[in-house]
Design a protein around this ligand. Structure first.
Ligand code: SF4
Length: 481
């Protein structure tokens, strides 16, 4: 399956396009076009073309050539040689300034390692082991069409930064409004990558939708509020009136110092808070008027954020009739007294997610440094009561699994059910947000194949109560099974 814009019959043009992509440091397209050129050109002979690709791969200046050459070797079944080429390509690419798509090579290395270890490789990753079977070309993801995230430093992105490493729309503190950034050239490039099948900004391993083989097809009936996606798929439009979904990761202030998140207590300075309050007036409120959903606040605790408390105290169904609110909180301050101060939110809020990471007091107080278990459990009971009364549609308990807590995962499922039978349990992989050294992270990341406790971890996630077929279980570990 090919990108319709490229006529592969014109081999010289494909090669020239591959070199232009290499100049732009576009690893995905330089790889894909070189691979196509090798397979389809009539001149020179195949052995000479292959020798040329090998030279490009070894030159170190074109990382995409190393990916393409490793694909050729993998297709022949020479996985060890392919891995050597990909490893060398990654080392070379790291030396090149301005190279963003390192994840393309990292994804190929993962695909090769998993294949060598006899593990199942997700459908999307198979394209780095030989011919692309068009799987991703037949699929799409609504996120870049519908979403904008405003981070605490003003940086704007279209998806989780860990899944689209290094991708940015720009910064709202640099003079552009969030609405302008939502339709700039970078936004258009991200959307185009969803239509041409490249998904070149997405990490195919880290994104759970891709690695879990859960991307919808382009024929999927997207919900009515995801109308930008439909316009893009039906009419090729890539600029829109505004986002449907806004993630405000606006303030990293928090009352806790969880080891996975930070090393010290963070409270943003008053000057920065005041700047954000201005930003709320100039950039965020206009954005929310056309949005369907706003998520608050995965970067810190909203209840200790002055700008977010100000923003949320101004929202109401009367003024924002189409808006729905999803709250993410650590839950330690989320009690009935606080909730009663935000009357306008009661009709807007349909989802509350509490990041918990433990089913036992000792684990909780270790991983939620600064928190006490007993008042937290009282708050959970209050929030589960909101679900029981129908005041919210979703009550989510999330759990980031790692070496300190993975044995509690089944107990966590049980705890959630006891709070309310409809409680959604969301299991997520531990990421490294810069708080761990590479060795510390490796020691905690029990989901990694080479972790000494990985087999025990697998034995836990294979238990029947941990399977995704169960209602209300969202699990990032399914690709590991
Ligand atoms: S990383 Fe995943 S969720 Fe994000 S835009 Fe890409 S496919 Fe969608």
């Amino acid at each position: 399956m090919m990108d319709a814009r490229i006529d592969v019959g014109d081999a010289e043009r494909v090669l020239a396009e591959a070199m232009r992509a290499a100049d732009r440091r576009d690893i995905y397209w330089s790889n894909e076009l070189l691979y196509r050129w090798l397979a389809t050109a009539k001149h020179p002979t195949y052995p000479r073309r292959l020798a040329y690709l090998r030279r490009l791969a070894r030159s170190g200046g074109i990382p995409g050539a190393a990916v393409a050459f490793a694909r050729v070797l993998a297709k022949r079944g020479d996985l060890n040689s392919a891995l050597k080429v990909a490893d060398a390509g990654l080392a070379d690419a790291r030396k090149l300034p301005g190279t963003l798509q390192l994840h393309v090579i990292e994804n190929q290395i993962t695909a090769l390692r998993w294949t060598l270890a006899g593990k199942r490789v997700p459908r999307a990753l198979a394209r780095y082991l030989g011919d692309d079977d068009g799987y991703l070309f037949g699929r799409t993801c609504h996120v870049p069409f519908e979403r904008v995230d405003i981070q605490d430093n003003g940086n704007c992105v279209v998806c989780c930064s860990q899944w689209m490493t290094g991708f940015s729309l720009g910064n709202v503190f640099d003079g552009n409004s969030a609405s302008e950034l939502f339709n700039n050239d970078q936004a258009v490039a991200a959307r185009r990558s969803m239509l041409d099948g490249s998904f070149k900004f997405c990490d195919l391993v880290k994104c759970p939708k891709i690695s879990g083989d859960n991307l919808p097809t382009k024929q999927h009936q997207f919900p009515e509020w995801q109308h930008n996606t439909r316009q893009a798929l039906d009419r090729g439009e890539l600029r829109f009136d505004g986002p449907s979904v806004v993630y405000l990761i606006l303030d990293i202030s928090c009352n806790l110092t969880c080891p996975s998140c930070r090393t010290h207590l963070i409270t943003e300075k008053l000057e920065l808070q005041l700047r954000k309050e201005t930003l709320i007036e100039t950039s965020i409120m206009p954005l929310l008027r056309g949005a369907y959903r706003v998520h608050v606040n995965s970067g810190g605790e909203w209840l200790v954020s002055r700008p977010l408390r100000r923003l949320l105290s101004r929202l109401s169904k009367a003024e924002f009739p189409n808006l729905h609110l999803s709250i993410i909180s650590n839950g330690t301050l989320f009690n009935e007294r606080e909730w009663s101060k935000f009357q306008g939110l009661h009709d807007l809020t349909d989802s509350i997610r509490i990041s918990t990471d433990a089913a036992r007091k000792e684990t909780f107080e270790k991983l939620r440094r600064g928190a006490k278990w007993e008042p937290f459990v009282d708050n959970l009971a209050f929030l589960a009561g909101l679900r029981a009364k129908g005041a919210i549609k979703e009550f989510i308990l999330s759990f980031t699994f790692q070496v300190d807590n993975f044995r509690e995962m089944p107990a966590f499922v049980e705890m959630a059910r006891e709070l309310h039978p409809d409680t959604i349990v969301q299991f997520e992989k531990l990421g490294n947000w810069g708080t761990f050294t590479a060795d510390e992270y490796q020691a905690k990341a029990v989901h990694h194949m080479d972790h000494p406790l990985h087999e025990e971890f697998l034995s836990i996630i294979r238990r029947p109560e941990m399977r995704q077929e169960r209602p209300n279980l969202r699990a990032e570990y399914m690709a590991l099974l």
